[in-house]
Ligand binder design. Structure first.
Ligand SMILES: *Cc1c(COP(=O)(O)O)cnc(C)c1O
Length: 371
């Protein structure tokens, strides 16, 4: 009998989802976004599967992720870092004496240098998000330039782009010009067309390959595809790519089963009470594994073809499940939490969040199997 929850990740499904999004993207090249440990699925195995499927350009969030991906893929694939390139503080004032000397911490300059070193060592390309970053990169190699087309998160404003152009930029090192949509998962949202027009207006004269669409943008249609698309969530089976193949399965073992009489409570805070004679299974797995406490009383587990409700609060390592009348509920039996009956987005609904957050919360202590 295993005590350890089991997470199964279907690499063939990830590759199939990449191919399906590639077909939907027409003539645009399809990159792959593998930030946050490939949305919780494991950046090394996922990166290798996607490279095997044909992806040649990858996006990560921070330099350390890029270094891990480079180690997994070897030289060749292009790896872009979305967070930009570190800018050393211009006139750093002398640091104040630390209020908590034991907290320590390296000075900001050293941190910026450490990040910059990773770019060189792992042959990473920054997505430059501000004029100061363009200057700091100083044409060390190919890079992307991000424009803000209306999300107001990262990227150059129109005035900043105009100033860069007035100064003769952007230089030949800018191999890709990108922007990001705020509402692509809502096709009717008026901001989509506004951002499209803004991106076109800013990028048209630059004469570089262009990239606007993530998963949602791919589904908005050919106007949004440009030269390169950057899907993330759709690769991992999440909405808005409703046609995606499911990628993750999560099964938790039952540790114990007990009878609970009417009036008896289950779990912290005694928030669940039996109304009828009940059987309660205790599952191995909890909020420390990414099964959010907000799922308490709201999600279901599947066993022997039956849907069973979570009973009581999700605790750090354990979950109560109402298995009344389910003969298959025995210690050692595996209860499916993610799978065909309850996908990533259904579990997200139960937790009041989105599939992205369910995936990126998947814990580190699962027994992981890759198909
Ligand atoms: C995360 C991210 C993506 C991928 O988005 P999905 O919605 O997961 O497809 C693409 N581009 C940028 C800039 C991102 O931050």
């Amino acid at each position: 009998m295993t005590l350890t929850p089991e997470l199964t990740i279907d690499l063939a499904a990830i590759a199939a989802n990449w191919r399906a999004l590639d077909r939907l993207s027409g003539t645009a090249e399809t990159a792959a976004v593998v930030k946050a440990d490939a949305y919780g699925c494991g950046i090394a195995p996922v990166g290798r599967a996607l490279a095997g499927a044909g992806a040649r350009r990858f996006f990560v969030a921070v330099p350390a992720e890029g270094a891990r991906l480079r180690a997994a893929l070897g030289p060749g694939p292009e790896i872009y870092v979305l967070s930009g390139f570190p800018v050393a503080p211009a006139e750093a004032p002398p640091p104040p004496p630390p209020a908590h000397p034991e907290a320590g911490g390296a000075p900001p300059r050293a941190d910026a240098d450490a990040d910059a070193r990773v770019f060189a060592e792992a042959a990473l390309r920054p997505v430059l998000n501000a004029p100061e970053q363009v200057a700091a990169w100083a044409a060390r190699g190919p890079a992307a330039l991000q424009l803000d087309s209306g999300m107001n998160r990262l990227g150059l404003e129109p005035s900043e782009l105009a100033a860069l152009r007035a100064a003769g930029g952007p230089g030949p090192e800018i191999a890709l010009v990108s922007s990001h949509l705020a509402c692509a998962d809502t096709p009717a949202h008026p901001l989509n067309a506004v951002q499209l027009a803004s991106f076109r207006g800013m990028a048209a004269a630059l004469g570089r390959p262009l990239s606007l669409a993530a998963t949602g943008g791919i589904l908005l249609g050919a106007d949004y595809h440009f030269d390169l698309v950057r899907p993330g969530i759709g690769l991992y089976g999440g909405l808005p790519f409703a046609a995606a193949q499911p990628v993750v399965r999560l099964a938790l073992p039952i540790l114990q089963v007990r009878d609970v009489a009417p009036g008896e409570a289950v779990g912290y805070g005694a928030s669940w009470r039996a109304e009828l004679p009940s059987r309660i299974a205790t599952l191995s797995g909890g909020y420390a594994d990414g099964l959010h406490r907000a799922l308490s009383g709201r999600a279901r587990g599947f066993l022997g073809g039956r849907a069973c409700r979570f009973a009581g609060r999700v605790s750090m390592d354990l979950i109560g499940l109402d298995v009344t009348g389910v003969p298959a509920a025995r210690p050692g039996a595996m209860v499916e939490i993610l799978g065909p009956a309850q996908g990533v987005d259904a579990l997200a609904d139960a937790a009041g969040t989105i599939g992205y957050e369910i995936l990126t919360s998947l814990g580190a202590r699962y027994r992981r199997r890759y198909l």
